[in-house]
Structures are given as structure tokens and as C-alpha cells.
Design a protein around this ligand. Structure first.
Ligand SMILES: [Zn+2]
Length: 612
């Protein structure tokens, strides 16, 4: 086999013809997330039932990892791979422990063999994920696919993660999601080399985790009597009780399922705020200023928070004891966000505690609360992570910060040598609009476009290289106020999460055009995986920019690569003969822009419209 060329895949999809024969277009390598380094070689490896697998380490774990490959090939291709102990046999996939660092792998595809080098099982697992992406997208189909050549392009891939923490969050409180859906969610995450599932389990609007010592938390706390319709301030409710919770058996099932995919589940138990569902069950945990507490029925922030008294700490420590049993994760998320100080200001216990502990104010009381819980959690061998607000009144000694209010919290924490996960809402919140809000379902804010997410650098430039070392990773957050169904979650999360996953995994330089080429091929995989992603990728985004009272400047863009945008100004359907967009232009009040993207005169997405 002759090496034809070496090419850094960070530059984009490899569609370049390297053979002299014009009719032999080489297979493209379209990987998401992109590896650190890819060399494309000439030729292909073909999978058939003759192909064997050789395991350097014949362990149950390695067998489980190879099953992610063999199961797919069996169900989608009808190809059944068997194992061999014989080296140097053509048509073999070798899994070799080459002592590489954690999660790293090297993958060499040659016409006669595939060699996967790894150091830890997670590295072998990620090599399998990459190999699956090198196969035709049909390998992800749920049923047998006919007439497909099960071919893998020859290449050499050198890959290792940029960050140890690559997270995706799901809020299961504002809306509840089934165990089956969570498994699918974790499957898709793991396929993108995302390795932390941040599971939001307690909220004002519902407590979702079975705690044996406090059965009311789920008997009662799972329920809200109704749910607001529309935005949080609509004042209109559906009148229907809403509930749902996870039994401890189900939690163990999810944790084990995730672990088999090298995903650590990090539970979030909110404190001291976002505690109304718990307080509704056990009012003694509050400052006791109200006669009656009820699980919240609308979204937002509530002033009923945990009162920092011994009873509350006993409760939270008991809850944590059961959490430790269920979740092996070293990190435990304690929330810490959006805790109004209203109740603490009026509570005689809280005020006396501030005096007794010599605290300056209620912010320092919050810090005292978190530090006290941290001591308990640390004493059990675990560490805490919390949202930015745990910086208020001073950061607990060993706490990590999840920076959501922008970058400032992350910068501040890194400078204090605390670990940070970057999840700034203007960049990484997947509950924000991803296209024109006028034509999209209700969302939290934004828009935060795919390109914005892709281009965000999670290591702020103001940090020194030493401080930057404290940025341990990234996370995409999925708050579900406006996502009542699994379909809506997938629509909001994908494909934007592909961009976050890539920023978390890949050290390759950013290249938007290359990303869009790879992503378009990758969408074919998401289709087969039955992920109901948003297809705004193919639709022009029309933006109106301020000008005079009578005119606005229009700009139009589309994510899909190599597309021509055509538009009309009378609201009529653009055709292949319509004006081609090249530069921003001016419209007046009587005009309506309609735009569509075309390739070879064929429309590729939806027509979008915008009126002054
Ligand atoms: Zn109090």
C-alpha cells in the first residue's frame, strides 16, 4: 500500500481525490469530534464475516467494549465477527494495550488489518466510537441495511482528549424523563466522547430522587399540582398534577449503564436554594416564616430556601449518605445557585447564626452553609462542585466551580486555583434559541447559534497558562422549562452539543468550514440513531439590523457549507432563478424577505421569512 498523502483533518473533511483514476473518489473521513491528528492513506479495509478480532487483553471489559462494534455490525450489516488468538492473520482488528495515557488511542486502518492501540479501556472504547464513524452511516441504523459496502478508509488517527471533563447536563425536575430516554441520551453523549452526565435531580418544582430515609420527598415532593403554560409569567396554568421520580434501583441501573460507556453520573442535589419541593414535604427545613409550603408550579427563583439549622444539616447529610451509596462519582454537585437571602434576613435563627459565627452578611452565611456541607462531603472522600454563586462570600476550600453566569466566575475560581467547568449560559446553554425566535418554539433566551457555540473558546485568554490548567472541562446545559418531551430535548440539544463535545475533546484548531462539512455527514449518523435534532443548519438565518426609521439592513447566513442563498423581497418562494445573496442590503417597511439555500439549483432546507 502506498501512502498517498498526509493531511491534518483539522482542516476539514477529506474529500480530496488522491488517486489518478478520476472515478475512484476516496471515502471521506468526517469525524465528530475531530481527532487531534488524522493522516488519510490510500485504500480501504472491508468488513465481512471473515474478519476476526484479536484482543491483547482477554478481559470481560475489553469484550464488552468490542461488543459496541460487533453488535452494530451484526444488526445493521448482518456481519458476525469472531475472535482469534492468532496474530499476523489478514483481515483482523487488533486491540493492543500500548500503554497510552488515559482515554487516548491510536487507530491505524490498513487494507489488511486495523490496529487499535490504547492504554486504558476508555481509550479502546473511544477508538471503537471513531471506527464506527469511519464506517458508512448505515452502521447506526436500527435494522439490517442492504446494498452497503462496509468499507473503512485507510488512515492513521492519533487522538487524546483536550479536557478530562466533557459534560452534558439534563434537568429532570422541571420536566421528567424516562429511564429509557436517559439511556438513549447517554448513548448519544458517549458516542461524542462526552464523559460526564450531570443529572439535575432536585428543584423547587419537583424532587426526583428516592431517599429511603425521607419517603415524603418522592411520595409528595415529586408532585406539583399544576404547571404554568407558556413563559413563567403567563399566569395561566394547566390544572394537571405533574410528577415522576427515579427509584434507587433505577438510579443504579442508569449509573451502571453510563459506566459501561465511560460516562460518570454526577448527581445534583440543590442547596441552599431551589429547595421548595423538599420544604413542602418537611417544612421544618425552612426558616418557618410561612404557614404553608407547596411545590412550585411555575419556573423561576423562590425565596423559600433551606434554613441553616442543625435539623437541615442532619437532613442534607442523610440525603448525601444515600447519594454516596448510589453514585460512585468523586464529584457531587451541590447546586448553590440563585439563593435569595429574603428569608434569612427575616429569620431570627439565621440572624443569630450570622452574629455567632462572626459573618458579615447573608452572603457569608451562604458560604458558611456550603463550606459546612463541603466538610461533610469531603469527610466521605468526595468533592463538591457548584454553580458560580458558591463564590459569594468566599469559596469553600476544595470546591470546583461550574461557571454559568458567563466567564467571570470561572476566571475568579481558576485564579484562586480551584477547578472549573465552563458552562457559560450565553455560549453553552442548550435551552436558548438556536434559530430565529420568531419561527422557533418557546425557549429561554438567546439566540445562541451553532456557530457561536462552536467558536467559543472555553479557556479565557486572560488566564495565565498555570491558571488555565484549572479549567478542567466544558458542559452543555439542558434546562427543561420549555422541553416537556424527549423530542424537544433532542431538538434543542443536537446538533449544537456536537460543537460543545468537540470543544471538550479536540485540541485541533477551530475551523468552522471544516466543522460544517464534517457535521453535515455526521447528521446522517444522528438520523440513523433516531436523534430528533434541529435542522436549522440548512435554513438561512435572516437578521435585521437597525438603520433608520424607514429602513433596515438585512444580512443572511446559512450554516450548511457550499450553499448559495437566494432571496426575494415580495415574500414569494425563492427559486433557483431568484437573486443570489452576496452582501447585506437595505429593505423598507413594504418589503418581506424570503430566503432559501440551494446547491446545484436544488433547495436544501426550509424557506425562511422576515418582515420589518
Ligand atoms: Zn433561617
Amino acid at each position: 500500500m502506498k501512502r498517498c498523502f498526509a493531511y491534518l483533518v483539522a482542516l476539514g473533511a477529506l474529500l480530496i481525490s488522491c488517486t489518478a483514476k478520476k472515478d475512484m473518489a476516496p471515502l471521506a473521513v468526517n469525524l465528530v469530534p475531530v481527532p487531534s491528528h488524522v493522516d488519510r492513506d490510500e485504500g480501504s479495509f472491508f468488513f465481512s464475516s471473515e474478519v476476526k478480532i484479536f484482543l491483547d487483553e482477554d478481559t470481560p471489559e475489553l469484550h464488552r467494549i468490542t461488543a459496541f462494534l460487533t453488535d452494530r455490525l451484526a444488526s445493521a450489516a448482518g456481519i458476525n465477527l469472531s475472535f482469534t488468538r492468532e496474530k499476523n492473520q489478514p483481515g483482523t482488528v487488533y486491540f493492543m494495550n500500548a500503554g497510552l495515557p488515559e482515554e487516548a488511542y491510536e487507530l491505524r486502518v490498513e487494507p489488511q488489518r486495523i490496529v487499535i492501540d490504547y492504554g486504558t479501556p476508555s481509550g479502546a472504547f473511544y477508538a471503537v466510537q471513531t471506527l464506527l464513524q469511519l464506517l458508512p452511516a448505515e452502521v447506526f441504523a436500527p435494522s439490517r441495511q442492504r446494498g452497503v459496502k462496509w468499507e473503512v478508509p485507510c488512515c492513521r488517527i492519533d487522538d487524546a482528549p483536550r479536557f478530562p471533563y466533557r459534560g452534558m447536563h439534563l434537568d429532570c425536575c422541571l420536566h421528567f424523563f424516562s429511564v429509557d430516554f436517559l439511556k438513549k441520551y447517554i448513548d448519544v453523549m458517549a458516542h461524542h466522547k462526552v464523559n460526564r452526565f450531570h443529572w439535575h435531580l432536585t428543584e423547587d418544582q419537583g424532587w426526583r430522587l428516592e431517599i429511603k430515609k425521607y419517603p415524603l420527598l418522592t411520595e409528595k415532593g415529586q408532585w406539583r399540582k399544576e404547571t404554568v403554560i407558556g413563559s413563567l409569567s403567563s399566569g395561566i396554568y394547566d390544572g394537571k398534577p405533574y410528577g415522576g421520580y427515579y427509584t434507587q434501583e433505577q438510579v443504579k441501573e442508569i449509573v451502571a449503564y453510563a459506566a459501561e460507556r465511560y460516562v460518570t453520573v454526577i448527581p445534583e442535589i440543590e442547596m441552599p436554594g431551589h429547595a421548595l419541593a423538599a420544604i413542602a414535604c418537611y417544612p421544618e427545613l425552612s426558616c418557618g416564616l410561612e404557614d404553608h409550603y407547596e411545590t412550585a408550579t411555575r419556573w423561576g427563583i423562590f425565596k423559600q430556601v433551606y434554613c441553616p439549622k442543625e435539623e437541615t444539616f442532619r437532613f442534607l447529610e442523610d440525603v448525601m449518605d444515600e447519594v454516596f451509596e448510589l453514585f460512585p462519582s468523586k464529584l457531587i454537585h451541590i447546586g448553590g445557585d440563585e439563593c435569595p437571602k429574603t428569608s434569612w434576613k427575616q429569620c431570627s435563627h439565621c440572624q443569630a447564626l450570622i452574629k455567632k459565627e462572626g459573618l458579615k452578611d447573608e452572603y457569608e452565611l451562604q458560604s458558611w452553609f456550603i463550606s459546612r456541607m463541603e466538610r461533610y462531603i469531603n469527610s466521605k472522600g468526595r468533592d463538591i462542585i457548584g454553580w458560580d454563586e458558591i463564590l459569594q462570600g468566599g469559596l469553600a476550600p476544595n470546591a470546583a466551580v461550574m461557571s454559568w453566569l458567563g466567564e467571570e466566575g470561572g476566571i475568579k475560581a481558576a485564579r484562586q486555583h480551584h477547578y472549573v467547568v465552563m458552562a457559560p449560559y450565553p455560549k453553552y446553554y442548550l435551552d436558548y434559541w438556536q434559530a430565529d425566535p420568531e419561527s422557533e418554539p418557546l425557549a429561554m433566551g438567546g439566540p445562541t447559534l451553532l456557530k457561536t457555540m462552536y467558536e467559543y473558546n472555553p479557556v479565557p485568554e486572560v488566564l495565565t497558562s498555570e491558571e488555565a490548567g484549572y479549567i478542567m472541562g466544558v458542559e452543555g446545559c439542558v434546562w427543561t422549562e420549555y422541553m416537556p418531551t424527549p423530542e424537544r430535548v433532542e431538538y434543542m440539544a443536537w446538533p449544537r452539543m456536537c460543537a460543545i463535545a468537540e470543544s471538550g475533546w479536540s485540541s485541533a484548531p477551530k475551523d468552522w468550514d471544516g466543522f460544517t462539512r464534517r457535521l453535515e455527514a455526521h447528521l446522517g449518523r444522528l438520523d440513523r440513531l433516531d436523534v430528533g435534532y434541529c435542522k436549522a443548519f440548512f435554513d438561512p438565518l435572516i437578521q435585521l439590523h437597525k438603520d433608520t426609521e424607514y429602513s433596515k439592513v438585512v444580512s443572511i447566513s446559512v450554516d450548511a457549507p457550499d450553499a448559495v442563498i437566494r432571496y426575494t423581497l415580495d415574500g414569494s418562494e425563492p427559486t433557483a432563478a431568484s437573486e443570489e445573496y452576496s452582501l447585506p442590503f437595505v429593505i423598507n417597511r413594504s418589503q418581506e424577505v424570503a430566503a432559501a439555500a440551494f446547491r446545484s439549483d436544488k433547495k436544501i432546507g426550509k424557506t425562511t421569512y422576515k418582515k420589518f
